[in-house]
Each structure stands twice: as structure tokens, then as C-alpha cells.
Design a protein. Structure first.
Length: 421
């Protein structure tokens, strides 16, 4: 069965007015594997303005708003069907045609999926309202249009500075939590703030790795030109020829390492984004669970079904995502550790370059007559070597910083310590 298309919806009127709800209010709904509603809290039911029996056992598109691009739901289903959590801005339509916006975090849960939502207010939200409107205008509202829309959306997110949807949803959720905390007069979440520093450090890692790559590309021609110089020098160019071969060997090794090196730096950033999303998910799930506990203590109708069973599911999900967050933090520590090992390999190669450069310098001093072109090449080699050494030094500091912070975060999140990798 096509999971995301259960049932058909008649065209319903829309009203350009918002259904109010408080920043404090979180809502949740739970569906089966097909997206058919199984449970929810009173905020969900109240804001949608449907009676509980109009929601129960109905496909979740009962509250779909025509302003929502299909691409967003395509992405949502694609991720949850792969067992991954997903976050998305969603505009919903209440029974009376009014709308309400949420940031939804949808996670796989026993027997289906759980969506926990908060009221968005960050600057990313403002940008996304605009992006959704452009997306809707750009691609047809059809199944084929959904796939095309995903590509348009990825291009737009990339123009907004996000590498992919995962990094977008991590930034969006963390900024929504920060904006919400501020509106509610709460202190900023220390763990989320710490993640901001981690992200800055990881972005510098990638930048520094890129600078090394660019410097490598600039000096790629050096060995061949050294060889040409050696040929010009005839008999007296033998040492330069050897230097060129040495340099060529090291440079080839650097080339072979480069892709892994850049991928390794990118994977540090990826684990940090994933960890941030997990941490934020766990934070909101915990608060939703607390709200539901208060709700069922106050009202007999809350949850629309077996409230105790629902409570147990929420508790289990919250605990599962807390564990996943701890695993995510350990993954950051591990990835940063293995990137440090990749850096150590680069350092070894940079040291080899240094030896070659000194030999070249001595040789060019000895060959005083024809040293002009040679000197330039040795200068290029020196520039490359300096760029590698300086950036590796900064990478090292950043990397250590990331590992220290990931371990500190683990104690902040759960009082658990992570072994140094
Ligand atoms: C747990 C869960 C929560 C969902 N919440 C919403 C929601 O709040 N609003 C919505 O329009 N779709 C929601 N969906 C997605 C719908 O199932 C559906 O894909 C979407 O409304 C698009 O409907 P369509 O296929 O008729 O275009 C949710 C799905 C799941 C699994």
C-alpha cells in the first residue's frame, strides 16, 4: 500500500487567518506505518478544531494545507521509511479552513511514527515560508512534481548556506528551540549552545582541509617543471631530478590521501549536525512527555485512547532518543579522533616535503648560474608546505577542541562520560 496516500481528500476551503496557540504548547500525534492517526494530545485536537473521532483512524493528510509543497512530504516519508528521524516546517489546515504553522519532528516508533511539534518563530522559519511559496509556484502539484521539487528545494537550501537537508533541519530545529526559549523567558539550553561552538569548529576544519587541497592543486605542476629544469641542466641536474622524483612521490601520496582527508573532515561536520538534531529531538520529546503527563492528570479525554499505553510509548521514545543522542556524541568524538589520525598521516607527508624543499634550496644555491626558474619552483614548494603545516596546526587545535566539547556535552546531556578516542 502507498503509505503516504491513504484515503482521498475532497477540496476544502481555506481561510487566510491563523489558529492561535501558545509557544509553550507542544503537540504530538502518533500514526501507524501508513500515516493513519492512532493517538494525539489535546493541543493537537484543539488546534485542528476537529473532534477526536474525526481524527482517529484518519489519514494524517486530513489536516493537509494546499500551500504545502508535495516535495516536503516526499522528503519526510523518504527519511522516516528509512528509519531516520526528520524535521520539517509544516503549514496545516484546521477544520474551519484557518492555518497554523508548526516545526514537526517525525520519528519512527513501535508500530508507526510519532510527530512532536512546536510553534516556529526563528528567522529560518520566515525564510522558509517564502521558499515554500516559490517552490509551489515553480513545480506542479503532482507526484512527479514532488521529486522535481526536492531538487529545487535542495538547490535553494544550498543557496541559503545548507549543504543538505540534514544540516538544514538540524540548524532549523536548534534555532527554533533557541527562539522559543527566548520567547518563554527561559535560559538558553547549554548543550545546544555548546553545539553551536562545535559546528563553528567543524566548519573551520572543512575550510582548512579545502585550503590544503587548493594549495595542492596550485603546486601540482612543480615536479614536472623541476624535471624540465633538471633536463636543461644536463649532467649537473641529477640532484634536481632526484628531488623532483621525491617530490612527485610525496605529492602523489598527498593526492591519494586528499579525498579521504576531505571526506573525513566532512564526516566530522556531518556527525555534529546529526548529533545536534538528535539532542534537540530528545529535548522536545522530553518536554512533550512532561506536558502529556500533566494533561492526562487534568483531563479524562486527553490522548483519545489508552492514555497509559500512550504515556509508556512516549517515555520509551524519549529514552530511546536520549540514548541515540549519547551515541551521536560518541560518534562525534570517534570521527574527530579518526580525522586526527588522518591529519597525522598528512603531517608525515608534510615533513617529507620539508626535507625535499631544503634539499632543493641547497641545490639551487649551489647551481648559482641557472637558479632563477629553479628558485621560483622551490618557492612554490615552500608555499605549499607552509600552507599544509599551518592549516594542519589549526586543524589539530580545532579537532582537539571538538573532542573535548563532545565529551563535555555527554556529561551535560546524561552525566555519562565518553572515552577519549
Ligand atoms: C507521524 C506523521 C505526522 C504527520 N503530520 C502531518 C501534518 O501535521 N500535516 C500534514 O499535512 N501531513 C502530515 N503528515 C504527512 C501525511 O501523511 C501526508 O503525507 C501529507 O499530508 C501529504 O498528503 P497528500 O499525499 O494527500 O498530498 C504526517 C505523517 C506522519 C507519518
Amino acid at each position: 500500500m502507498d503509505t503516504e496516500n491513504v484515503g482521498t481528500r475532497p477540496k476544502l476551503p481555506v481561510v487566510d487567518a491563523e489558529v492561535p496557540f501558545a509557544f509553550e504548547e507542544l503537540f504530538f500525534s502518533r500514526t501507524d506505518w501508513r500515516g493513519v492517526i492512532q493517538a494525539g494530545n489535546t493541543v493537537f485536537q484543539r488546534v485542528s478544531i476537529y473532534d477526536w473521532n474525526e481524527l482517529f483512524q484518519k489519514p494524517h493528510n486530513v489536516i493537509r494545507h494546499p500551500d504545502m509543497p508535495k516535495a516536503v512530504f516526499w522528503l519526510l516519508w523518504d527519511m522516516i521509511k528509512r528509519g531516520e528521524p526528520v524535521g520539517a516546517y509544516v503549514k496545516n489546515r484546521a477544520k474551519d479552513g484557518r492555518y497554523y504553522w508548526v516545526f514537526a519532528i517525525v520519528t519512527p516508533i513501535e508500530g508507526g511514527y510519532l510527530s512532536v511539534r512546536l510553534k516556529p518563530s526563528s528567522p529560518i522559519f520566515t525564510a522558509i515560508v517564502q521558499e515554500y511559496a516559490s517552490l509551489l509556484a515553480a513545480v506542479p502539484d503532482s507526484k512527479a512534481g514532488a521529486k522535481a521539487g526536492v531538487e529545487v528545494l535542495s538547490r535553494r537550501l544550498s543557496a541559503l548556506g545548507f549543504d543538505d537537508y540534514a544540516s538544514f533541519m538540524a540548524a532549523a530545529l536548534s534555532q527554533e528551540i533557541a527562539a522559543r526559549d527566548q520567547r518563554l523567558g527561559r535560559r538558553p539550553d547549554a548543550a545546544i549552545a555548546c553545539f553551536d561552538e562545535l559546528l563553528t569548529a567543524a566548519k573551520s576544519l572543512l575550510k582548512q582541509a579545502d585550503l590544503i587541497f587548493e594549495a595542492y592543486a596550485r603546486s601540482e605542476y612543480v615536479p614536472i617543471n623541476l624535471r624540465v629544469q633538471a633536463a636543461h641542466l644536463g649532467q649537473s641536474g641529477t640532484v634536481i631530478d632526484t628531488i623532483s622524483s621525491n617530490y612527485n612521490l610525496i605529492s602523489t601520496e598527498i593526492r591519494n590521501n586528499m579525498d579521504r582527508f576531505i571526506a573525513s573532515a566532512a564526516s566530522v561536520l556531518k556527525t555534529i549536525n546529526d548529533g545536534l538534531f538528535l539532542l534537540c529531538t530528545a529535548t522536545i520529546q522530553r518536554e512533550a512527555e512532561e506536558q502529556f503527563r500533566r494533561e492526562i492528570a487534568l483531563s479524562q479525554d486527553a490522548g483519545g485512547g489508552d492514555r497509559d499505553a500512550e504515556m509508556r510509548l512516549l517515555e520509551a521514545q524519549r529514552s530511546h532518543y536520549r540514548e541515540k543522542t549519547i551515541d551521536g556524541l560518541a560518534a562525534i568524538n570517534d570521527r574527530a579522533g579518526s580525522f586526527r589520525r588522518d591529519c597525522a598521516e598528512m603531517k608525515r607527508l608534510a615533513a617529507g616535503l620539508e626535507v625535499t624543499r631544503i634539499m632543493g634550496k641547497m641545490e639551487s644555491a649551489r647551481l648559482a648560474v641557472v637558479k632563477d626558474g629553479l628558485n621560483e619552483l622551490i618557492d612554490d614548494l615552500e608555499a605549499f608546505q607552509t600552507t599544509i603545516t599551518e592549516n594542519l596546526k589549526e586543524i589539530d587545535t580545532n579537532n582537539q577542541n571538538i573532542q573535548v566539547k563532545a565529551r563535555k556535552l555527554a556529561t551535560l546531556v546524561d552525566g555519562l562520560a565518553i572515552e577519549a578516542a
